[in-house]
Design a protein around this ligand. Sequence first.
Ligand SMILES: [Zn+2]
Length: 382
Amino acid sequence: MIQEQRMTHHLMDIIRIDSPSRKEKDVALKLEGEMRDLGADCFYDDAGDKVGGDVGNLIVKIPGTKKDVPPFFLCSHMDTVSPGEGIKPSVKDGVMRSDGTTILGSDDKSGVSIIVEVLRALKENDIPCGDIEVAFTICEEVGLLGAKFLDASNFKSSYGIVLDSSTPQRLVLRCPCSDIMDVKIHGVEAHSGLCPENGISAVEVLSDAVSRMKLGRIDHETTANIGKVKGGSATNIVPGLVEISAEARSHDEEKLDAQIQHMRDCFLEAAKSRELLLDGERLGARAEIDIKRVYPVMNVSPEATVTNLVLKAAANLDHDIKLHTSGGGCDANFINEKGIECVNLGTGMYELHTVNEYLLLDEFHRSAQIVLETIKLHSEKN
Ligand SMILES: [Zn+2]
């Protein structure tokens, strides 16, 4: 029922439409037209205004043919990373690639094309099902912002599938939550040759803080990293300011909070331990710390209804699938938090966010078959 050539061509068409984050309008308009042709109601939410983009999340409702079947939710993101403009996709030996100067954009347009093909197959084959609710989101690649500002009151589904991970041999149930920490360490500037004792080096405070800090892999669920450091002004000046950006992630919210607290304490204690007396005045270092939750944790149960439906669908198709824990966040992190229980199924995309990105067409088509079969099982069950 899945028309493989049609979905491959659809994917190449939408890959050729540039859609960097905050500029998804052109691809959204094409999808809106296709959805209306299928008889869908479409509208855009206000996420675009909130993130300064040219369009909001595209919300689609396809009326079902079977009464009393609860709606089913599907989601993929429309934006791509750079270099992602003027992409020239081509297919050879069952693999889709760019020309090597850009990403391919199968992240996440392969998910978008899977959804479009599944909706077409449902309609053409008159498959009895309830309403299908779709969110084609914006700005996933810049902090899951479309999903963050998605208004869940627009949906009635209690579960569904996000299509935004690598291989359909895996079903992602768990993704970490993540915090970002921006720190400004203020020292005291002084001439490094004439009077270094009149200064407090912000670099030394940083070094002291980092030497106290647990970083890297903290435990099997938690990681932490200082990713960016900038500061100082000249070789002959004791540096008065260093700015740091750090992150931590964990599959356990309490562990994330503990790690962030630990990092914060290291900066504060290192700053507190540096002070000097200058002309009778006590001067000290200071750490200014700003912490933001980037996205919440995703933790779907292996026993959840939607997990079981996808596993059963895969089994019906003789397809091997394993439950998986991911190290990164996805739209499903926010969507689960908003009350729609979503697993993340792979689409066949590999080497994401590089110019070597490629898509295995076999897996791409297989993923669509699994989604279609899952929706059938969901409808039969109800
Ligand atoms: Zn993605």
